[in-house]
Design a protein around this ligand. Structure first.
Ligand code: ATP
Ligand code: MG
Length: 253
């Protein structure tokens, strides 16, 4: 079963074409890294999945169902979304932000409270210290981690993550990458993960989708891409892959 299928999807903003006919499938339970340079259309791809942006043409299927004809609220309840900037609700504490979806889903207070604690700890934020803080009292990286916890809180079947670790130092980033991989393995959540960092894409993705100016240059496992880059753009990108990441790409995930 595919969690998400893009079928010849195009998106124009006025005269500019951001996505120029992309078809790709994200298998249920997989972690797909969507990578490409700034402006290549990555955020647009994510936003079309939860219908924050409507495609100009083409179709997007969510577990086989055309998203265009789904109830948008029902669709979004099943999708966690980590925005490129944390975009927390400023008038709510960290705990309040993380509880948003569980509250909408009607979880009882005790279950939500437990989940908030669990997620804050997972993000390396001591619940006793951070649960009651407002976004303005958190660093950029802490806000980003609360944003990730908020997206995961309702146990969504699909998680859309837009450069979730962009604002973090290398050590925190590397730890959260490992944590996300283990959460992914344990939960079976399907993850579509945007990054412009090739090492991160190859480290995280079961499959990597390389976007170049609105076009899908290549879609495959890290190993397939390393062994058989499809065009000059992908070959050029691979020059920037670290030796460590290159080695890991050859190993099974
Ligand atoms: N609301 C909008 N109105 C007009 N143009 C837009 C809009 N949103 C995005 N674009 C344009 O569409 C193209 C793709 O944008 P998008 O945000 O999808 O890129 P991206 O790959 O996420 O880039 P980045 O890595 O910088 O976040 C860009 O040229 C951008 O200027
Ligand atoms: Mg973006």
């Amino acid at each position: 079963m595919n969690a998400i299928e893009f079928e010849d999807v195009k998106k124009s903003y006025g005269s500019g074409e951001a996505v120029r006919g992309i078809s790709m499938a994200v298998g249920e339970g997989s972690l797909v890294a969507l990578m490409g340079a700034s402006g290549s259309g990555k955020t647009t791809m994510l936003k079309m999945v939860n219908r924050l942006v409507a495609p100009t043409s083409g179709k997007i299927l969510f577990f086989g169902e055309d998203t265009a004809s789904m109830d948008v609220i029902a669709l979004r309840k099943r999708i966690g979304y980590v925005l490129q900037s944390a975009a927390l609700f400023p008038h709510m504490t960290a705990a309040g932000n993380i509880s948003t979806i569980p509250d909408i889903l009607g979880w009882d207070k005790a279950r939500t409270k437990l989940r908030v604690k669990e997620l804050l700890s997972l993000m390396g934020l001591d619940p006793d210290k951070f649960a009651g803080r407002y976004p303005s009292q958190l660093s950029g990286g802490e806000q980003q981690r609360v944003g990730i916890a908020r997206a995961m809180a309702g146990e969504p079947s699909v998680l859309l993550m837009d450069e979730p670790f962009g604002a973090l130092d290398v050590i925190t980033r590397s730890r959260l990458q490992d944590d996300l991989l283990s959460i992914h393995r344990r939960s079976g959540t399907t993850i579509l993960f945007v990054t412009h960092d090739i090492d991160e894409a190859f480290r995280m993705g079961n499959k990597v989708a390389v976007m170049n100016r609105g076009v899908l240059a290549q879609y495959g496992t890290p190993r397939e891409i390393v062994e058989n880059p499809k065009d000059g753009y992908v070959r050029q990108l691979l020059n920037f892959l670290s030796v460590e990441a290159l080695k890991r790409a050859g190993e099974p995930k």
